[in-house]
Structures are given as structure tokens and as C-alpha cells.
Write a protein that binds this ligand. Structure first.
Ligand SMILES: Cc1cc2nc3c(=O)[nH]c(=O)nc-3n(C[C@H](O)[C@H](O)[C@H](O)COP(=O)(O)OP(=O)(O)OC[C@H]3O[C@@H](n4cnc5c(N)ncnc54)[C@H](O)[C@@H]3O)c2cc1C
Length: 317
């Protein structure tokens, strides 16, 4: 599932004022703002925005009937390109800063340089064990979801299952309880839930299964969950709560610190320890949402623009 991405080849050493890694909502918003600040801006991305996997989102403001992730990303690309952003498909392998400029190197050895850098590299989801094609078909069918904040409203009164991460799964089950009375939690390790957590879950009428899941399958309009005992449960939707892996490799290589969850500090769209380096979107600690990623992109690009203005003496003393 990829967007039809406009890709313009540019010279390896073109003097960009800003490079943005990532063509998701964070990176593309930053690109639009930078282009409209009349900056030479290059976006590099490896075509793996999480947004491209969204069949139809209903919580992006301005789209009351929903919009697919592919359409949203394509619109954002066209918008940024219209104002002069250059967007190139490439995987960035390494990044360094020599005090004056950032240098990025692609997996094929291509090098790019710029005075400012914005990282909007997103995150990887920890997923349930399913073949890739079946997994993506289940997402498309709307029976496998990873974001209660995004999709809880779509499952009012549905049969909902939450998988794993024990306390985190318990929290997601409680969050989803507002939308349905029929919630089942399938923790990875039943003993990891405290007595107090079990009491709270029971008080909310959330069923907690103590038998591990043997396998998942996509059924007609349902997710079929088979337990180790052979017992089968069908759910209208399954929400894995298995955590995420922020894609902060480039940020860490440039000297930024991450928290226990692997995210960058919440201030990263505003400034970082490295002058001229900003970050935006899911890699930053906070709510992993399109609207938030867009807001981060707007902040990071405006900070980068003003940082360049300050450096170039374009501000009042
Ligand atoms: C199935 C699903 C449904 C969702 N539904 C919703 C919803 O309804 N509403 C909502 O608000 N959010 C939803 N989300 C979450 C939303 O997709 C993310 O919050 C959003 O995409 C974050 O934007 P981002 O720009 O930070 O990261 P991403 O969109 O993930 O973009 C990351 C970018 O970084 C690039 N990249 C990373 N590393 C490199 C590298 N080394 N070299 C080159 N490029 C690199 C990738 O190619 C990509 O372009 C959903 C997510 C999923 C998976």
C-alpha cells in the first residue's frame, strides 16, 4: 500500500536550507510551511508512512465523511510540491552534524547536506503474529485496529477484544469501555495484572481471559481468535496493545536522548540539544495522531525558519 508519490531527482550536493526526513503528516506539513517560507527544502522518505495504512480516518478535522490515508498523504504531497518542496524517495542510513551543516547518507551512498534538519520518522507498531497480507487485509476490513483514540467511536456496542501488554492492555480495555459493554482483555501474561487492576476490570464488566491465544485468523467481518484450549472466540474488532518502536535511529546518531519508551522529548519540535535540529510527529513523546503530527510539523518548520533568520541577521536585535 503506497501513495503515488511524485519523486523529483535532484543533484547530490544541492545546497538545501532544510532537509526533512519523513513524508507522513509531520514531515509533509513541515515541508509545506518551509516551502511557503521560501526555503529550499528537500523531503526524503522510504514510503512507509503509517498513514498509508489507514483505510478511512474519521478524526482528521475537515473530513467529516472520512479520508483514506493514501488520499490524505497524496493531497499533502501535491500541496507541498505546488509551493516548491522537492520530494525524493530514499532510505536514509546515517546522519551527522559538523557544527555548521547536517549530512545525510542514503543506503545507496547518496549524500545530502542542509543547514537545518527536521526528523519526522514515525514509529513501527508491535503487531500480532499474522502473515503480512492477512494482517493488512484485516486492517482494511476494519476488524483489526491499533488505535482506540482514532477508532473507538466506530465500534459502539461492538464485540471488542484487546490483546496483551497486560497493564497497558488493561488501560486500553478501560478506555474502550465507554464505547461498548462487550469488552474482552486477552493479556499475554495473566499474572502480570495486579489484584487491584483485576478488581477494576471486573467492576467495569470487562472479561479477562486467562488462557493464551494460539492463533488469529481473518473471518467474514470478524477476527477469529483461537485459544490454546482450542476454544474459538469471534470479535467484531481486535485491538492489539503491544507497544511501539519509535524510529529514532537518526535522532540518536545525532546525539538526541530518548525516554524509557524510546521517544524524543516533548520539546523536540521547538528545539533540541543540536542547533538547527528539530523533530515532529510520532517520534516525539505524546499523542500519536495525525493532527498532532501536523501541529508538530508546523512548529518545527517555523522554529527552523526563524533559526536560519537569526543566523543570517534577518531579525531585529
Ligand atoms: C492502521 C492505522 C490507522 C490509524 N488511524 C489513525 C486515525 O484514524 N487518526 C489519526 O490521527 N491517526 C491514525 N493513525 C496514526 C497515524 O498514522 C500517525 O499518527 C501518523 O502517521 C504520524 O505521522 P508521522 O509523520 O509522525 O509519521 P509517519 O506517517 O509514520 O511517517 C514517517 C515517515 O518517515 C519516513 N522514514 C522513517 N525512517 C526513515 C529513513 N531512515 N529514511 C527515509 N525515510 C524514513 C517514512 O518513510 C515515512 O514517510 C493510524 C495508524 C495506523 C497504522
Amino acid at each position: 500500500m503506497t501513495a503515488e508519490i511524485t519523486s523529483r531527482k535532484v543533484g547530490d550536493n544541492a545546497p538545501y536550507e532544510c532537509i526533512i526526513v519523513g513524508a507522513g503528516p509531520a514531515g509533509l506539513t513541515a515541508a509545506l510551511y518551509m516551502a511557503r517560507y521560501r526555503r529550499r527544502v528537500l523531503v526524503l522518505h522510504d514510503e512507509t508512512s503509517r498513514s498509508l495504512r489507514i483505510p478511512l480516518t474519521h478524526n482528521v478535522p475537515g473530513f467529516p465523511d472520512g479520508v483514506s490515508g493514501v488520499e490524505l498523504v497524496n493531497r499533502m504531497i501535491s500541496h507541498a510540491v505546488q509551493y516548491g518542496a522537492v520530494i525524493e524517495s530514499a532510505r536514509v542510513d546515517s546522519a551527522r552534524h559538523d557544527g555548521e551543516k547536517f549530512e545525510l547518507v542514503g543506503v545507496d551512498g547518496t549524500r545530502w547536506q542542509a543547514r537545518t534538519l527536521i526528523l519526522g520518522t514515525g514509529l513501527h507498531l508491535n503487531q500480532i503474529p499474522l502473515d503480512h497480507d492477512v494482517h493488512e487485509a484485516a486492517i482494511k476490513a476494519g476488524v483489526l485496529r491499533y488505535c482506540p483514540v482514532c477508532d473507538g467511536y466506530e465500534h459502539i456496542d461492538a464485540r471488542i477484544a484487546v490483546v496483551g501488554c497486560d497493564t497497558q492492555g488493561g488501560k486500553e480495555a478501560m478506555f474502550l469501555r465507554r464505547f461498548s459493554r462487550d469488552i474482552t482483555l486477552m493479556p499475554l501474561d495473566f499474572d502480570a495484572l495486579s489484584a487491584e487492576e483485576r478488581t477494576t476490570l471486573a467492576g467495569a464488566n470487562i472479561k479477562v481471559l486467562s488462557v493464551p491465544v494460539a492463533h488469529y485468523a481473518l473471518g467474514p467481518g470478524v477476527m477469529e481468535v483461537t485459544l490454546d484450549t482450542g476454544e474459538r472466540h469471534d470479535f467484531d474488532v481486535v485491538y492489539p496493545a503491544l507497544g511501539v518502536r519509535p524510529r529514532t535511529g537518526l535522532a540518536v546518531a545525532l546525539g538526541l536522548r530518548t525516554d524509557d519508551a524510546g521517544c524524543l522529548d516533548a520539546d523536540a519540535p521547538f528545539e533540541t540539544q543540536v542547533p538547527g535540529l528539530y523533530s515532529a510527529g510520532d517520534i516525539v513523546e505524546g499523542l500519536d495522531q495525525i493532527a498532532v503530527a501536523m501541529a508538530h510539523g508546523a512548529i518545527a518548520s517555523t522554529k527552523a525558519h526563524n533559526w536560519l533568520r537569526l543566523r543570517d541577521g534577518e531579525v531585529l536585535p
